[in-house]
Ligand binder design. Sequence first.
Ligand code: ADP
Length: 691
Amino acid sequence: MGKEALLALVNNAALLITFVVLYTVFYVKSTTSRQIPRQIISGFLLGMVTVGVMLNSWQLSPGVVFDTRSVALGLIGLFFGFIPSMISASMAVGLRILMGGEGTIPGISTILSSVSVGLIWQHHKRRDSCDRSLLELYLFGIVVHVFMLLCMLLLPSQSRETFFEIAALPVMIVYPAATMIVGWAMTGQIARKRGEAAESELASTSERLAVIVKNSPVAIISLDLDYKVTSWNEAAEEIFGWKCSEVLGKPLPYILETQKEDYERMNVETLKGLPVRGERFAQRTKDGREIIIKVYNAPIRDENGNLEGIFGILEDVTEQHKAELALKESELRFRKLYMNMNIGVAIYRVINEGDDVVFLDMNPSGCRITGVNREEILGRSVKAIFPSVVELGLYQRLIEVWKTSRPMHHPVRRYKDERIDFWADNYIYPDRSHEVVAIFEDVTQRELMLEELERRVKNRTEELEAANKELESFAYSVSHDLRAPLRAINGFSKIISDRYMSSLPEEGQRYLGFISKAGGDMSDLIDGLLEYSRIGRSSIHLNELPLKSIVDDCIATLNRRIEEEGAEVSIITDLPTVYANQSLLKRAVTNLLQNALTYHNVGSRPIVKISSKHHKGWVFLTIEDNGIGIEDRYHERIFNVFQRLHTDEEFPGTGIGLSIVKKSVLLMGGDVSLESIPGKGSKFTLKIKGV
Ligand code: ADP
């Protein structure tokens, strides 16, 4: 090889070194994610280097130029991928065509074969470029150049001979080696870059770790092999109260004398490779508080696997611990209740999408009430254990509660000879999905008693009604029969008074006056009693009545009294139509108006206001006066017969009026009520059916 050729070879080698640079810039260090532009640019630059290589060629014989394009293009194919390979190969082919000469065809073939071998190799051995060994790179160089030699067979015979004579051997010695060296340099770049990345990754990981440890909400500490503290984070300071500076290099400060052994055992186990996971210890803090700590321990090893110490994560679970204890206690309490309560509890599971219901559990009372053995029913179908459950409707209720998630009440009753034989009240509610709970109580005795009570009340009411009727008819006959003799007494005392008054001594006159007055009072009393007992004797019919005209009629009958008393009676609202019995309603209203005119303060004139309100189908007729009023404690009593709050001297009366009012409204299905302020007035309200 001449001096010129050697120089060109050196130039070629220098240019090939730029591949390492280009590879580093574009493929190793590049962070851009835009692949295509990067590949195009690198393709052009590689093409230019290849062109440079080809322009630094040496001539073997006229027209047969030689260079290291095969090395260049082989490496481009192997390391840079398809696009850069195509661009640089095209540029090389273009230049080779321009250079011309008899070596054009073999030259172009070499370009294409080298780049193809590179691409195929890369594609075939699809793996990280960093993993290519020297041997592989050398083998690759040989393959590329075997193909190159084959291309040289295309040379005209003379040049071909020259080539094989002079260049073939050096080419096969130098070129694969050059391919290997440049390729190795590129591989090394990747490895170096990876190393740097790993190192910086490690550094940032350690930094991140340090931040995490510092800010961790749980205490993180480490000990050396003598169990002395080597690190103590802020959470540890907060939980235990000792500052990091107080504990570094010293044994753990919080270990109680009584726990020393436990800790020692734990540390030994940790160092043996048996990590502690979540063991709980009671500890004392620096200020003497007792706290519960959950401990996670693991051994620390250096990179060679030698033990360095212990790493611990400690969590303050005092509150959690207390809550758990409370929960356990309350669970126990509920369990006791469940087991000892007198009420039955059955837990069911609905299976097969509602096709069947099985027992999950039943408490002892439940078993007692239903007469089953808990062990025998668990997991078994309700229908199999209690075939009557469908007939009693309980099964359907369980399914309904499960479907609707709405609690329901379902009494289960059984009768025998028309008397209660068994009665259980079931309260069914949904529990977890597919679970339904029934709480039930055997209330047979209670219901039997109620039944008995009802029967007795009914009998007693019937008896009372009969007695009442008897009494009323007795009162009616007595009053009726008393009328005739009373009329005689009153009549004759009037005759005596008219004819013989003047011939009677003064005392006799006074006595005659007493007889007349008592006879009049008795007559009123008998009239009242007769009226009271007559009410309801005949059947009562209710009709639609205009309340206004009824009230007007009542006022009209009392006109003389109103004038005598100088009273003012006014209707202050509209009065609607009501559904009532005319005579009863008139009696009630007249009596109330009479009382309103009677019971007023001496010297003041009665003011009576009549109004009505309509509410929920009822008419409330109110008669309000400004009279003497009635104390609360008498509000019930005054509606009974003969109940008076005043003497005859204060206010004359029989004590029958309000009982007539009450009886009248009750017979019409209504009621009467009273509001009053003593000294200010009274307000009687009749509740009458509306229309
Ligand atoms: P009488 O009016 O004949 O005494 P009632 O049954 O009508 O009988 O009344 C019973 C008692 O209720 C009366 O004696 C009176 O003390 C009291 N009373 C009734 N209406 C009023 C009223 N409007 N204001 C004050 N007291 C009343």
